[in-house]
Design a protein around this ligand. Structure first.
Ligand SMILES: C[S@@+](CC[C@H](N)C(=O)[O-])C[C@H]1O[C@@H](n2cnc3c(N)ncnc32)[C@H](O)[C@@H]1O
Length: 231
């Protein structure tokens, strides 16, 4: 048997999020979709920009967008500024709490694309729903929201399949991510900084916000969801 020639696509040496071997490929997918959806001059918003790692991937693909990034942590925003400013003159970084979205002040947009990566699981479900409503109001007609995050697994009978996916990740990539061996242990690991939402809840919140949504990529419990505003 020979190694899969693309098995190393996910190896990104300076990724601030560790122990997540399929993240690189999923980020490449998400930023390819965001780049395809936007054109030069469009405003694009990253909710939970962190140190700017995902935003950098987007700017490498589409340097002409006006990127706005929001994060809770000023020290992360300072690093994001260092990383992103040389890539594009039109960067705006805003310190703010997605948990209090009504107080968040960002350039008005409208945004051709709003995206968020591995951040929604830090919010309560009520806050997630409020952010989705806020996003829907700030998207341009025909704009898209891309959400990549862990989903809450809610089918105990299927949990062994997720364990098998983590085991496969170990075999293919030599490492896996935050995991559990049983559904009970998985549920016990859900706490206030790890509150992924169910896929069905996301779809209901998108519909309530007037967005047309679908899952565009999924590797086990990590999904990329897309939700478009009518043109
Ligand atoms: C796991 S990091 C992901 C960062 C980046 N999106 C990435 O994938 O590289 C989660 C980010 O969300 C930010 N964050 C968490 N809760 C937040 C909140 N309530 N408001 C704004 N940012 C938040 C954290 O500060 C952190 O930068």
């Amino acid at each position: 048997m020979t190694a899969h020639p693309r098995a190393d696509i996910a190896v990104l040496t300076d990724d601030p999020v560790r122990n997540h071997p399929t993240r690189g490929e999923q980020l490449d997918i998400l930023t390819s979709l965001a780049a395809a959806w936007s054109k030069d001059g469009d405003a694009v918003l990253d909710l939970g920009v962190g140190v700017g790692y995902v935003a950098r991937m987007l700017l490498e693909k589409r340097p002409g967008v006006r990127l706005v990034g929001v994060d809770l942590k000023p020290e992360s925003l300072a690093k994001a500024r260092e990383t992103l400013a040389p890539l594009s003159p039109g960067i705006t970084l805003v310190e703010g709490d997605l948990g209090a979205i009504e107080k968040l002040s960002v350039p008005a947009g409208p945004y051709a694309c709003i995206f968020t990566v591995l951040t929604f699981h830090d919010l309560t479900d009520a806050a997630k729903k409020r952010v989705i409503q806020w996003v829907a109001q700030r998207l341009a007609p025909g704009g898209v929201f891309l959400l990549m995050d862990r989903l809450r697994l809610d089918q105990p009978a299927l949990f062994p399949l997720q364990v098998a996916l983590w085991d496969r990740m170990n075999r293919v990539y030599g490492g896996s991510m935050r995991r559990a061996e049983t559904y009970g242990a998985y549920v016990a690991d859900l706490d206030k900084t790890n509150t992924p939402a169910r896929l069905a809840d996301y779809m209901a919140w998108f519909a309530e916000a007037g967005l047309s949504a679908d899952t565009v990529h999924r590797h086990g419990n990590i999904a990329i969801l897309a939700a478009a505003k009518p043109a």
